[in-house]
Design a protein around this ligand. Structure first.
Ligand SMILES: NC(=O)c1ccc[n+]([C@@H]2O[C@H](COP(=O)([O-])OP(=O)(O)OC[C@H]3O[C@@H](n4cnc5c(N)ncnc54)[C@H](O)[C@@H]3O)[C@@H](O)[C@H]2O)c1
Length: 259
């Protein structure tokens, strides 16, 4: 897909992966809506990137908010790319049955699924409905939605039942969504990251690597957020990528337990 003269929305656009994707999009000349709840960081990014970057306060848990954001992007140029890459530390984790014999709280599981799976579905269905109104390109394509899972969706670790299930759900959404949207010419892809150094870690890169990075095979380092952004752009540009989840992890496979 030729991105010239198009717009994009990045949900979670001020985060680690999100801001790296915004940078790539703006560099490619795309009108880019940074959709997030972090107004301060959103405005900083607009100041940094200039005219092609726009910040719209967006709550991924609200239909109304997402619909308004997609409409704002359509006002700039046809909306052809949506990247769903929000995150939150408000979910819950923990062993199914703790050392004290108590089962893990149900609420943590429900919240985690709401954040990572239900909100992704919310953004996917509203993005697709907005893109379906686009004039098709010569190729018959109308746009692409890129979701974000995690390798924990394949190899969830001890204490990750909720996160692993939510991310596996995102992977599971990918093919049926692509099939549903085939008649509209909207593709659906999922990026499945390993361990990337982003602000979500709330520690130095060295500390993060020594805690989480030992099992990474090659390159022998954590992923860089820009490598996520690069893959997102590659997916947008390549029409034949559809209905698939792509791991980007330096051949990392999570062991049962984190260090
Ligand atoms: N960093 C990694 O190693 C890694 C690995 C695998 C998967 N992921 C996934 O990638 C995604 C993003 O991760 P990140 O590391 O960039 O996180 P991050 O914390 O840097 O960014 C998350 C962004 O989401 C925004 N956000 C929070 N609540 C929101 C809401 N209600 N509406 C809109 N935006 C909201 C935050 O303000 C923040 O800008 C998450 O889904 C995470 O599970 C990350």
């Amino acid at each position: 897909m030729d991105l010239t003269g198009t717009s994009a929305v990045v949900i979670g656009g001020t985060g680690g992966f999100g801001s790296a994707t915004v940078r790539r999009l703006v560099t490619a000349g795309v009108h880019t809506v940074i959709a997030d709840i972090n107004d301060e960081r959103g405005n900083e990014l607009v100041a940094e990137h200039g005219d092609l970057a726009h910040y719209v306060n967006t709550d991924v848990f609200s239909d109304e908010s997402l619909t308004a954001t997609f409409a704002a992007a359509q006002d700039l140029a046809p909306l052809r790319s949506v990247v769903i890459v929000h995150g939150s530390s408000q979910g819950g984790g923990g062993r199914l049955v703790g050392r004290d014999g108590q089962p893990v709280a149900q609420e943590g599981f429900d919240k985690t699924v709401e954040i990572f799976l239900s909100a992704t579905f919310r953004a996917l269905r509203l993005a697709a409905a907005s893109m379906a109104t686009n004039e098709p390109l010569e190729s018959g394509q109308r746009g692409v939605v890129i979701q974000t899972a995690s390798i924990a969706g394949y190899e969830g670790q001890v204490g990750q039942t909720a996160y692993g299930a939510a991310k596996a759900g995102v992977i599971g959404l990918t093919l049926p969504a692509a099939r549903d949207l085939a008649p509209t010419g909207v593709r659906v892809m999922t990026i499945v990251p390993g361990t990337f150094f982003t602000p979500a870690f709330q520690m130095s890169e060295e500390d993060a690597y020594s805690r989480f990075g030992q099992a990474i095979q090659n390159p022998k380092r954590m992923g860089r957020a820009d490598e996520y952004g690069q893959l997102a752009l590659q997916i947008m540009e390549n029409d034949y990528l559809n209905g698939e989840s792509i791991r980007i992890d330096g051949a990392l496979r999570f062991p049962a337990k984190a260090n």
